[in-house]
Design a protein around this ligand. Structure first.
Ligand SMILES: [Zn+2]
Ligand SMILES: [Zn+2]
Length: 269
């Protein structure tokens, strides 16, 4: 079993993915129920016993909805920043209505990498309207994978972290015109479009065209809006932006993460 990424769910109704080395897996975000997470892992051929830890990007419900139950059931430590933990604790409730607790919680800091088993986790700050939101790169067996969603734009610092990735999961949230003309209330449109909202197809296209180094064996477009995007549109926009970069690598793949079903594992290295 080589290094791989398995997306279990992606979108505003829940996010959850696995980064795995041959020694174990990390669950990245816990935005769907425990039951659904385990069901989807089974469907994707992933073994829950391999999970060594849960790592949380930020406290929005679509990233933590299943956290309390999952952590208890899997009996693994949860890694999140202190600010994210406090914010999660303030709103999450246990079965008796008391503030939820985690049996084993480790705090990390954006900008300081840490190890989980043989995996190096590198968290970095992203622009999003949460208390301390982070994107991640993961390294194991000489392979680097980036995972970044829920960000209003791509600052230089984030682009730097995404250099020389062997696999990349990145947000392609909305089509700007669809969002503008779509059903959302104006306040919500403003939020999504803002510098701390979500990454549009065209913002991702700019990155793919101008900054992306073409090093990844696969790209996964993630956190697509169900109201303000079409998978075909996100796909077409990315393909056009990639241009010649896509042909340079035989194994190059462009996948679309789904809200309602898991993707089969994507391997690197
Ligand atoms: Zn989200
Ligand atoms: Zn969010």
């Amino acid at each position: 079993m080589a290094v791989r990424v398995t997306v279990l769910a992606s979108g505003s109704r829940g996010n959850c993915a696995l980064f795995s080395s041959s020694a174990g897996s990390i669950l990245v975000d816990a935005g769907i129920s425990c039951r659904e997470t385990l069901k989807r892992m089974k469907a994707a051929g992933e073994d829950p016993h391999q999970i060594k830890a849960i790592v949380i990007s930020h406290e929005h419900n679509d990233h933590v909805a299943g956290l309390g139950v999952l952590a208890r059931k899997l009996k693994v430590p949860v890694y999140m920043t202190e600010e994210t933990y406090e914010s999660w604790r303030n709103s999450a409730r246990d079965d008796e209505g008391k503030p939820a607790t985690l049996e084993a919680c480790e705090h990390f800091h954006a900008g300081r990498s840490f190890m989980i088993g043989d995996i190096i986790v590198n968290p970095f700050t992203i622009p999003h309207d949460a208390v301390d939101p982070c994107g991640f790169t993961f390294k194991a067996e000489g392979v680097k994978v980036g995972m970044v969603t829920d960000l209003g734009y791509l600052p230089y610092s984030v682009k730097d972290h995404l250099r020389r990735c062997d696999g990349l999961l990145i947000e392609s949230n909305h089509d700007v015109e669809m969002l503008r003309n779509g059903p959302y209330p104006w306040m919500v449109k403003q939020r999504v479009m803002s510098r701390v909202g979500h990454l549009s197809n065209s913002a991702l296209a700019d990155f793919l065209e101008s900054d992306y180094d073409g090093s990844a064996a696969f790209l996964i477009l993630a956190h697509l809006s169900q109201e303000n995007n079409y998978p075909e549109l996100a796909h077409r926009t990315a393909i056009r932006a990639l241009g010649g970069k896509l042909n340079l690598f035989q194994a190059n793949m462009l996948a679309i993460a789904q809200q309602d079903k898991p993707l089969q594992p994507l391997y690197v290295g």
